[in-house]
Ligand binder design. Sequence first.
Ligand code: PEP
Ligand code: MG
Length: 312
Amino acid sequence: ARASLVAETTGPGATRDGHRVPLLANVGGPKDVDAAVANGAEGVGLYRTEFLFLDRSTPPSDAEQEEAYRAVLDAFPHGRVVVRTLDAGADKPLAFLPPPSEEPNPALGERGLRMLRRHEDVLDAQLAALARAASGRSAKLQVMAPMVTDAEEAAYFAAACGAAGIDHPGVMIEVPAAALRARDLAAEVEFFSLGTNDLTQYTCAADRQIGGLADFQDPWQPAVLDLVAIAASAGVPCGVCGEAAGDPALACVLVGLGVTSLSMGAPSLPLVRAALSRHTLDECRQAAAAARAARAPHAAREAARTHLTALT
Ligand code: PEP
Ligand code: MG
């Protein structure tokens, strides 16, 4: 008999045998928060703050930033809110932060934390606004940097957070070098969040903006799964906030690889919640092992699904 997957819109994320996996939402601003709450998000796993900075030639004022951050924190008084500092450059160009020179390969250029290090005033203003927004709030604020490559950058970011009075610094793992040396980065920060969109782009050397390279932009690529496994075993909590987290089968595989929370576009939450609740942690681990043993993305998906029988 074929069991069909019925979406579940409430309840905390957990496997069938009770292994907790917080299910969080990706938001691009206060407007996405309603959908996150409606779909039972336990908090925010990725707040893409660059949306605040788009379409303008000057950064938002300190007060404007503080207000936007506070709105998201207030929506989850008992949850956590993971805010990403500005990820300017490459696929997210911002008019007031142009690259220092013409870049033939912007995805390999100055973006994310690399950009903020050249504009420390922008980073410091953002961290200060976040600290003010969180003050007196019950939500747990965690702040992470995008496009981090090595432990030195992680240490730089942790120090900047400390100076601003932000207690829980983290880094995104979206560069293969960072995943391979995850233990070094784990010594500097409190948590990781895997950006599987960029991690896939960089692992497979396939620009995420080039439509014809879709096969290489598939997070089921076994090489990507290998890197997830390395990052998830480095000793700090390791979430996923890339699109991969919103695929019910892949979400189970990610949990089987050791990922500790999943953050996705709000509409994906009910199906991922249902998929997890129908499989044990052991089944997720078996699915993960089968996927990693495959040699191609479609084969990895097929192999995983033989262990995720409640999905079919
Ligand atoms: C990612 O790269 O997977 C990610 C979550 O960040 P963005 O898509 O905003 O680059
Ligand atoms: Mg990214």
